[in-house]
Design a protein around this ligand. Structure first.
Ligand code: KIV
Length: 273
């Protein structure tokens, strides 16, 4: 007889994500990069964990997402996969691991799937990465697209301002979203674009659109966990809602610990053998 404790949670798949869009249930997605955090996020009931290349910023302290390597992404992803019981795990293909050619893109995606046990990969870009996307999909690997502000191209854009405000860029974004759907992507992230445009794309394509700074008219939302928990205090864009103040929570605990050690309050009689 199975008990509540040993019952396996029903896994979220790319099909579940599509069913959510079809039924109007919003999709929740957050980043995680390590075992302990992913365990909490999965237990809370998140639908998708993104092992984002934002690890380059929040885990490694780089200014951009460009320096993180494929090996480092695999390390983060395998730590996350060991923690989860239910959610879908999507991993960013890092800068330099897929832009060269479609063969290289497939090799990188296969390494992520084989070495981390993740369920899907995410690539930034539209028309220019369609060949790579199709080649990865032909190997049976689900692909999530990413349009709008694509941080791996920051040196092309020059700034992190809102994208696709002008008609020409908006038109290209819509065409790119349709091309990614046509190629077979199971979902697309739209980052930092006008909410009206994001809603229009979500209505135009059948696959789920997950927004970050793209308003409420899309099929789901994603945030970087360090930002929404208030661990990272340096980043405060308008779209970010902070659900905690862990920077001060952790700092306060560390200050208390230091004081307890210095004052010989820790360890007490009960905290020793
Ligand atoms: O790397 C990342 O965390 C991302 C999200 C911001 C969507 O791509």
């Amino acid at each position: 007889m199975s008990t509540a404790k040993n019952q396996k949670a029903k896994r979220v798949t790319t099909h579940t994500i599509q069913e959510m869009k079809n039924s109007g249930e919003k999709i929740s997605m957050l980043t995680s990069y390590d075992y302990s955090m992913a365990k909490i996020v999965d237990a809370a009931g998140i639908d998708i964990i993104l092992v984002g290349d934002s690890a380059s910023n929040v885990m490694a302290g780089h200014e951009t997402t460009l320096p993180i390597t494929l090996d480092q992404m695999i390390y983060h992803a395998s730590s996350v996969v060991r923690a989860i019981n239910r959610c879908l795990v999507v991993v960013d293909l890092p800068f330099g691991a897929y832009q060269g050619n479609s063969k290289e893109a497939l090799t990188s995606a296969i390494r992520i799937m084989k070495e981390s046990g993740a369920h899907a990969v995410k690539l930034e870009g539209g028309e220019e990465i369609i060949e790579s996307t199709e080649r990865i999909l032909s190997a049976g690997i689900p692909v999530m697209g990413h349009l709008g502000l694509t941080p791996q191209s920051i040196y092309k854009f020059g700034t992190y301002v809102v994208r696709a405000k002008e008609e020409e860029e908006a038109k290209k974004l819509v065409e790119d979203a349709m091309a990614l759907e046509e190629a077979g992507c199971f979902a697309i992230v739209l980052e930092k674009i006008p909410s009206k445009l994001a809603k229009m794309v979500a209505e135009k394509v059948r696959i789920p659109i997950i927004g970050i700074g793209a308003g409420g008219g899309v099929d789901g939302q994603v945030l970087v966990i360090h930002d929404m928990l208030g661990i990272n205090q340096e980043f405060s864009p308008r779209f970010l809602r902070r659900y905690n103040d862990l920077y001060n929570g952790i700092k306060g605990s560390v200050e208390q610990y230091i004081e307890d050690v210095k004052s010989k309050d820790f360890p007490n009689e009960k905290e020793q053998y």
